[in-house]
Design a protein around this ligand. Structure first.
Ligand code: 9MR
Length: 361
């Protein structure tokens, strides 16, 4: 790995661990984290670890210069997803020329804080480089391009990411396959091929399909259920389904989320809430923020109630860096910390949900 040196943070971490040892505390897990900050509240990560889950946040390279932001990022979470740095346009900007500097920067930072990393994403119709979208490909050409991209990237991050979003957003709302350059050129088999190629490059990494608007049962989530069943029957290496969970107050809470997570568990798959945010029409009022807090609480309870729901990731943690205002004009306030990094009611709701004892399966 190139880029930033991690020596200084590692020394700090080593010092904290040594202190924990001297105090007779455990060296890993919630006890160690609490020992590092005597007298302070448990973090969301500490609380999630009691349930055997992680609690994470996305981040993005330009934000890492913001020190108060990175301090909170390093303290509160035990899992990080790069919001953009591992996308195709960033990692293979010219055909066959790979640049892992942005992803590496985030992986190095996460490792220096003892956080694990989800890789995002290998195959997606969006944020592709111009060299790929700007011409026609024959099927054999595109197969070779796709295989090389996936395997070079997965090999580079072997042992450094615990999971990959291998294919992102492969279906339309009605459950038909999304019309992408990959589907048009290679047919739907590109999904199984992508999973197999990723598995060859790192047999230990957990491989996911990831999408939005699949939190509630319906045609799109049914399509994933059906595809997952077929892939499992054919022994294709698929390990989990990522529920992005970009919710909006005006569309209602996906009340079937818990049942939906459970039906994927029954196929022998992990699930994860991978890109959580709950947007609203601005201005944010006390009522809307209270409703948002209830949603954050409910989605957390849903994940905790299903054994194979392995963790929750916010799509960044502060409204300061949310993608929402730029994509949905007039909407925002979607995350548990506000633009000044102050915790909102949603943050307290998350804590409450994570502090309630485990319930059934
Ligand atoms: O957070 C990402 C934002 O910075 C980018 O501009 C955007 C471009 O589409 O992608 C955002 O992340 C997306 C993620 O990769 C896949 N699911 C939807 C996310 C929000 O658009």
């Amino acid at each position: 790995m190139r880029t930033t040196s991690t020596t200084a943070p590692r020394l700090v971490l080593a010092g904290a661990l040594a202190a924990a040892l001297l105090l007779g505390g455990a060296t890993t897990g919630p006890a160690a984290r609490a020992a590092e900050r005597p007298g302070q509240e448990h973090t969301l990560a500490d609380l999630a670890q009691r349930h055997g889950r992680y609690f994470g946040s996305a981040t993005d390279n330009p934000e890492l210069a913001d020190e108060p932001y990175t301090a909170l990022l390093g303290r509160e979470f035990d899992q990080i997803t790069p919001g953009n740095g591992m996308k195709w346009y960033a990692t293979e900007p010219r055909q066959g020329v790979f640049d892992f500097s942005q992803g590496d920067e985030i992986v190095n930072l996460a490792r220096s804080k003892g956080q694990k990393v989800r890789g995002h994403t290998l195959v997606w119709h969006s944020q592709l480089p111009d060299w790929l979208t700007g011409r026609e490909w024959t099927a054999p050409e595109l197969r070779a391009v796709l295989k090389k991209h996936i395997q070079t990237q997965v090999r580079h991050y072997r042992g450094k990411v615990f999971a990959w979003d291998v294919v992102n957003e492969a279906f339309n709302e009605d459950g038909t396959y999304r019309d992408t350059v990959f589907l048009r050129t290679l047919g739907p088999g590109y999904i199984a091929d992508a999973l197999r190629w990723a598995h060859q490059a790192d047999p230990h990494v957990r491989l996911y399909l990831n999408d939005y608007n699949i939190e509630a049962t319906g045609p799109k989530s049914d399509a994933y259920h059906e595809l997952a069943k077929q892939l499992k029957a054919r022994h294709v290496p698929l390990h989990g389904i990522g529920f992005q969970t970009h919710l909006a107050l005006q569309y209602g809470y996906p009340a079937t989320l818990e049942d939906n997570l459970r039906r994927f568990s029954r196929l022998g798959l992990d699930t994860a809430l991978t890109e959580v945010d709950v947007r609203m029409q601005l201005p944010a009022t006390e009522e809307k923020l209270a409703e948002q807090a209830r949603w954050y609480r409910s989605l957390t309870e849903a994940c905790l109630a299903v054994r194979r729901c392995v963790g929750i990731t916010l799509w960044d943690y502060t409204d300061k860096y949310s993608w929402i205002p730029a994509f949905f004009p007039g909407e925002g306030a979607a995350l548990p910390w506000d633009e000044a990094l102050r915790p909102k009611p949603a943050y307290h709701a998350l804590r409450e949900a994570l502090q309630t004892p485990r319930r059934g399966r």
